[in-house]
Design a protein around this ligand. Structure first.
Ligand SMILES: *[C@@H]1O[C@H](CO)[C@@H](O)[C@H](O)[C@H]1NC(C)=O
Ligand SMILES: *[C@@H]1O[C@H](CO)[C@@H](O)[C@H](O)[C@H]1NC(C)=O
Ligand SMILES: *[C@@H]1O[C@H](CO)[C@@H](O)[C@H](O)[C@H]1NC(C)=O
Ligand SMILES: *[C@@H]1O[C@H](CO)[C@@H](O)[C@H](O)[C@H]1NC(C)=O
Ligand SMILES: *[C@@H]1O[C@H](CO)[C@@H](O)[C@H](O)[C@H]1NC(C)=O
Length: 486
């Protein structure tokens, strides 16, 4: 019995040991794109309704190229190519369903002097139709450079906080990331990262004189329930730009005390460091398995187009995730990923405490925001069911009723596709659940079978010994009988 206990303990220790994080990235660019890994990644979306996310890129400033996800390598093939589609430089790509026919349309913008021109290409049977609308928008002068990033929790209290990467001077010699807690209107901006110094080198955000303001791309790469971030920083002591991973860790300084969390820069991430002249870095779930991988774009020598690097996140620790896609639906079972849904879960963690987290989907889609058309929520190391999962969608102006629906007891490591249709009757919304068995389920099964086999062997041995003893006793009895008979 003691041996059995020891074995169970051993199996348990093995299980625990398997849970320590090993974080490694693997360059899978060739697998994904083959030699065609050039172009500016502009947006993500499911263009051909196959439930796999496709990549929208701009090539040579004027061509729209859509890499469709495929099951054979290269896993992304440039199947839709529209050369010089507008006759001018494309400044932004926004996939979405603009006429409600469940087919993905594509909105493109271009600059015409001071004005921005907007074109919508109506999608027909996975091809780009012709542009039917041209709108002219006057660009407003951009006075406020502060650009909050809504739609993500940073400190894990279940409420949405605003994160703001900022430069404290014109050339971003001093950079910082602020967080404003929601709820209080007069809230202060609390720095959650201000130390950008590594040995002798000072790093900082890239100043936005020409193109984009500094951006944080959020995603929970280690599935601990707290969103991490990818940023591109510039070597302020010299030259060069690199992508860095910022991990969301418990606060250990006075400034972030009231938030409880802060960012820690992974300076020694060699796979990211190997990419010279990085321009943009974002999270992307390449294999649609709920583990966020990374796409990094870099300037290539002598080429106008940016180079795409794909890094697979070989995350070993077993954590749990829920993936929610809010889909618009008119006549097809799977429509186009919808902007604006809000997802929130409550569950009990392994210590028995209530845990909340929430996230918004596609709060911004234009101008290379590169948000994913689904939500990946990390659950940390709790294998419990999600007690409650709420999905809400935006309501019409003037409406007072909240459009949300609750699902209970959702299995971790699952993909939930929510179809909020009809929009105004949440009661009839439906959801489809796809499961991915986790590593620890397999390990637990193996441990359990091992223990069973061990117990069976022990039972067998004991049984055999008992039988032997029985036989001996019988023989002795027989002997005694003979003896008595004499
Ligand atoms: C497109 O962008 C390139 C490079 O920035 C520039 O040289 C070219 O003049 C632009 N074309 C138009 C039509 O604006
Ligand atoms: C799309 O394809 C279907 C079947 O292949 C066809 O019936 C339909 O007319 C096509 N629609 C358009 C707009 O091309
Ligand atoms: C989670 O949300 C519920 C309902 O909004 C709230 O009552 C509870 O206090 C929250 N728990 C935590 C840990 O924030
Ligand atoms: C951006 O602005 C900074 C400070 O004004 C300047 O030093 C730098 O050369 C500018 N970079 C570009 C690409 O214009
Ligand atoms: C930053 O640039 C300086 C000057 O070129 C260089 O000495 C230093 O090694 C660079 N730092 C890193 C981390 O690359």
């Amino acid at each position: 019995m003691i041996w059995t206990l020891k074995l169970i303990t051993l199996a348990f220790l093995l299980l625990l040991g398997g849970q320590y994080n090993t974080f490694a990235l693997q360059d899978v660019t060739a697998d994904l794109f083959g030699p065609g890994n050039y172009g500016t990644v502009a947006a993500f979306g499911d263009f051909n309704s196959d439930k796999q996310t496709d990549i929208f890129t701009i090539k040579e400033q004027t061509d729209l190229v859509i890499f469709l996800a495929d099951s054979k390598p290269p896993y992304f093939k440039p199947k839709v190519q529209a050369k010089n589609i507008l006759g001018k430089n494309i400044t932004s790509v926004v996939p979405g369903d603009y006429d409600g026919d469940s087919q993905m349309d594509v909105l493109l913008t271009a600059k015409n002097g001071q004005e921005t021109e907007v074109f919508i290409f109506w999608g027909h049977n996975q091809t780009l139709g012709t542009a039917l609308i041209v709108i002219y928008l006057q660009m407003l002068p951009c006075r406020h450079r502060k650009k909050p990033y809504p739609g993500q929790v940073a400190n894990g209290d279940g409420y949405q906080d605003h994160l703001l990467p900022a430069c404290l001077d014109k050339s971003c010699q001093r950079s910082t990331i602020y967080l404003a807690k929601s709820g209080s209107r007069d809230s202060k901006w609390i720095p959650v990262l201000s130390d950008f110094k590594r040995k002798e080198t000072v790093w900082g955000f890239v100043p936005d004189n020409s193109s984009q303001p500094p951006a944080l791309h959020l995603g929970d790469y280690n599935l601990d329930g707290f969103p991490d971030a990818l940023v591109v920083l510039q070597n302020k002591s010299g030259s060069g730009q690199q992508a860095f991973l910022l991990e969301n860790v418990p606060c250990n300084s006075d400034t972030c005390h009231s938030v409880g969390r802060m960012f820690h820069i992974h300076w020694d991430q060699s796979d990211l460091g190997a990419i010279q002249n990085a321009v943009r870095a974002t999270f992307f779930d390449i294999y649609e398995d709920g583990i966020l991988d990374m796409l990094v774009q870099s300037k290539a020598e002598g080429k106008q187009d940016l180079r795409i690097h794909a890094l697979k996140n070989n995350f070993e620790a077993d954590a749990y995730f829920v993936k929610v896609m809010g889909k618009g639906l008119i006549c097809q079972p799977f429509g186009v990923n919808q902007p604006g849904p809000y997802v929130k879960y409550t569950t009990v963690d392994s210590n028995g405490y209530l845990k909340n987290a929430s996230a918004g989907q596609l709060s911004q889609s234009a101008y290379f925001s590169l948000q994913l058309p689904y939500t990946v929520l990390g659950l940390g190391r709790s294998a419990n069911f999600l007690d409650h999962l709420f999905v809400g969608i935006p309501r019409q102006p003037g409406e007072t009723e909240i459009r949300n629906k609750e699902w209970t007891a959702i299995i971790p490591n699952s993909q939930l596709i929510v179809m909020p249709f009809p929009h105004d009757t949440p009661r009839s919304w439906s959801a489809k659940l796809y499961l991915t068995p986790s590593n620890s389920v397999l390990l637990t099964a193996i441990a359990l079978i091992g223990v069973c086999v061990f117990i069976l062997v022990i039972i067998g041995i004991l049984h055999w010994q008992e039988k032997k003893a029985d036989d001996r006793e019988k023989r002795q009895e027989a002997h005694r009988f003979h003896f008595d008979a004499m």
